[in-house]
Design a protein. Structure first.
Length: 525
C-alpha cells in the first residue's frame, strides 16, 4: 500500500495540513529574525550591553518556543505516518529526518539561551561593580573639589597675612606654591573624570547623555589643567625675574652703602639731588635696582662732579667685593673726582658757543627735559646689552620701545624695567607684538593714578593666560574695567577671579560681563 500511486496521493493529502503549519511557523521564524535585526541596529550606537543581551535573549526564547512547536508537530505527524504507512516506509523515513533536523534546531536555540543568560548574569555583576566604581569616583571628585576650595581659602588667608609689607618674591612664592598644589588636584580631577567616562561608556553606552556630559566635562578639566600649567610657568618666570631683581637690589644697595661709607655721608645729605620720592624709597627699603642705580648716579655726580664717569664709579664701589678696603675705594673716588674736574675744564671753552643753542632750548622750555632725558638714555644701549636676555636682532626694538614709552612721561628706568618684564615673559612673541603691548600699557599706566607700569605688564600677561586671550585683549579688558571704576591697586584680582570663572566654563566675553556687572553693583570683590 505504501508503494502504490494511490498511497502517494494519500500521503500528499495526508501531509497537506502539516506542511501548511510548518510553512506558517517558518514565516513566523523569519519575521522574528527581521524584528531582532532591526532591534540590533537600533541599539547598536545608543544601547547598553545589558539592553543588547536582553533583546537577544528574548529573541532566542521566542525562536526556541517556535522550534519546540515544530518538533511536537513533526513527532505527531511521524506517529500518524507509522500507523498509516508502516515503520519502514519511505514516508516515515522522510519525516524521521525532518524530526531530527527540528530537534537539532531546538537544541541550538536552547544552548544559545543558556550562553546568553550566562553572559547577562556576568554583565549584571560587572554593571554592579561599575556602578559602585562610579559612586566611588563621584565621591572622590567631590573630595577633590572640596580640597581645591580649601586650598583657595588657605591661599587667601596667606595673602592677607603677608599684607602690603611682603616682598614681591614672597607673594610670588606663595602664589606658585598654591598654583602647584591646585594643579596637582586638577590633574587628579582630570584622571578621575577619564575613569568615570570609561565606566559610563560601559554602563550607559557610547552615545548616551551621561557619556556626552562627561566628555564635555573632561575637555573642560583638561583645558583648566593646561591653563594652570601655563600660569605656573608664567609665575615661575616672574619669580625668576624677581629673584634676579633682588640680587640687583642687593648689589646696588651695597654699592650705595659703600659710597656713603667712603664719603662719610648718608642719604639725607643728597635729599635735594635725589628728590623726595627717591629718598623716601631708599629709606624705606622699597627702592628698585633701577632706582638705586639712579641714586648712585645722582649722588656720584653731586659728590664727585657732574662729569663723573658713573660706570667707573660703580666698578670702584663693587671692588669691595673683590677684597678692596674702604681706603682703596676712597682713593679711587678721589681719582674719579679729579678726572671729572679736568673734564669740566675742557668744556669751559665751549660755553660761549653753546650759549645760543642752550638759550634757544630754554626759550622753548625744554632744556631741563632735554638734559634729563639725555642723562637717562645715555647708557640705555649698555643696560640693554647687560640686562636683557634677547637676541641681537631684538635689541633695537627694545631700545625703541623704551624711548617710545618715555614719551608718555614714564621714567626711563621704570620704562626699562617694564619692557624687560614684557620681553622676558613673552620670548616667543614677535618684537612688534611686544612693543604694541608695552605701548598700550604705558598709556593706561599714565591715565590712572596708582598703577605701576611694570606691575601692569605682569598682570596683563596673567589675565591673558588665565582667560585664553591675547595680551592686547587683556589690556582692553583691563582698561574697560578701570574706566568703570575698578580699583587700580587690585589688578591682580582680574586674573585670579577670571581664572576661576574660566575653569568654571565661562569664556572671556562672559568673564568681562560678570566683572563689569560686579563693578557697577560694587560686588566685584
Amino acid at each position: 500500500m505504501a508503494n502504490g500511486p494511490e498511497s502517494k496521493i494519500t500521503f500528499k493529502v495526508f501531509n497537506q495540513e502539516f506542511n501548511k503549519a510548518m510553512g506558517e511557523m517558518k514565516n513566523e521564524s523569519s519575521k522574528l529574525r527581521q524584528e531582532f535585526q532591526l532591534q540590533q541596529e537600533q541599539l547598536k550606537l545608543s544601547g547598553t550591553e545589558t539592553e543588547k543581551l536582553n533583546t537577544k535573549l528574548g529573541y532566542l526564547q521566542q525562536q526556541q518556543q517556535l522550534a519546540a512547536q515544530k518538533v511536537a508537530a513533526t513527532e505527531q505527524q511521524l506517529s500518524k505516518a507509522k500507523a498509516m504507512y508502516g515503520e519502514n516506509s519511505t514516508e516515515v523515513e522522510k519525516l524521521s529526518r525532518q524530526l531530527g533536523n527540528a530537534q537539532i534546531t531546538e537544541q541550538k536555540f536552547s544552548n544559545q539561551i543558556k550562553e546568553t543568560e550566562t553572559a547577562l548574569q556576568r554583565l549584571t555583576q560587572e554593571n554592579s561593580s561599575t556602578a559602585q566604581s562610579l559612586n566611588k569616583l563621584g565621591a572622590e571628585e567631590t573630595e577633590l573639589v572640596n580640597k581645591s576650595a580649601k586650598l583657595r581659602a588657605e591661599y587667601e588667608l596667606q595673602r592677607a597675612s603677608l599684607g602690603n609689607n611682603a616682598t614681591e618674591s614672597e607673594k610670588l612664592g606663595a602664589k606658585l606654591q598654591y598654583l602647584s598644589q591646585v594643579q596637582q588636584i586638577a590633574s587628579q580631577q582630570t584622571k578621575n573624570c577619564a575613569q568615570q567616562l570609561a565606566a559610563a561608556k560601559s554602563q550607559y553606552g557610547e552615545n548616551s547623555a551621561e557619556v556626552n556630559k562627561l566628555e564635555t566635562k573632561l575637555l573642560q578639566l583638561s583645558t583648566a589643567e593646561q591653563q594652570l600649567k601655563n600660569q605656573i610657568e608664567t609665575t615661575n618666570r616672574s619669580l625668576k625675574e624677581q629673584e634676579d631683581e633682588a640680587k640687583r637690589v642687593a648689589s646696588s644697595t651695597k654699592q650705595l652703602e659703600t659710597l656713603f661709607e667712603a664719603t662719610g655721608t648718608s642719604v639725607d645729605h643728597f635729599a635735594n639731588a635725589l628728590g623726595g620720592h627717591l629718598t623716601s624709597a631708599i629709606k624705606q627699603g622699597t627702592a628698585s635696582s633701577a632706582q638705586l642705580d639712579e641714586a648712585i648716579k645722582r649722588i656720584g655726580r653731586e659728590a664727585l662732579g657732574a662729569e663723573t664717569d658713573i660706570e667707573k664709579l660703580q666698578r670702584a664701589l663693587r671692588s669691595v667685593d673683590d677684597g678692596n678696603s674702604i681706603r682703596q675705594v676712597q682713593n679711587e673716588l678721589r681719582g674719579l673726582q679729579q678726572e671729572a674736574e679736568r673734564t669740566e675744564k675742557k668744556f669751559e671753552g665751549l660755553k660761549v658757543g653753546l650759549e645760543n643753542v642752550i638759550g634757544g632750548m630754554a626759550a622753548g622750555g625744554g632744556i631741563a627735559t632735554a638734559i634729563e632725558k639725555a642723562m637717562d638714555m645715555s647708557k640705555l644701549q649698555t643696560k640693554i646689552d647687560i640686562g636683557f636676555n634677547v637676541p641681537e636682532s631684538s635689541k633695537r626694538s627694545v631700545e625703541d620701545a623704551v624711548r617710545g614709552i618715555s614719551a608718555y612721561g614714564i621714567d626711563a628706568e621704570e620704562s626699562l624695567a617694564g619692557v624687560r618684564r614684557q620681553w622676558a615673559l613673552n620670548k616667543d612673541v614677535s618684537d612688534e607684538a611686544n612693543a604694541a603691548v608695552v605701548k598700550g600699557a604705558a598709556a593706561i599706566a599714565q591715565s590712572y593714578e596708582g598703577i605701576d607700569f611694570t606691575e601692569l605688564i605682569q598682570e596683563t600677561n596673567e589675565v591673558g593666560n588665565e582667560l585664553g586671550i591675547s595680551q592686547e585683549g587683556a589690556l582692553g579688558l583691563t582698561n574697560t574695567l578701570l574706566k568703570m571704576g575698578f580699583p587700580p591697586e587690585q589688578l591682580d584680582i582680574i586674573a585670579e577671579y577670571g581664572g576661576q570663572l574660566t575653569r568654571a566654563g565661562y569664556n572671556a566675553e562672559e568673564v568681562q560681563a560678570i566683572m563689569e556687572a560686579g563693578v557697577e553693583t560694587g560686588t566685584w570683590n
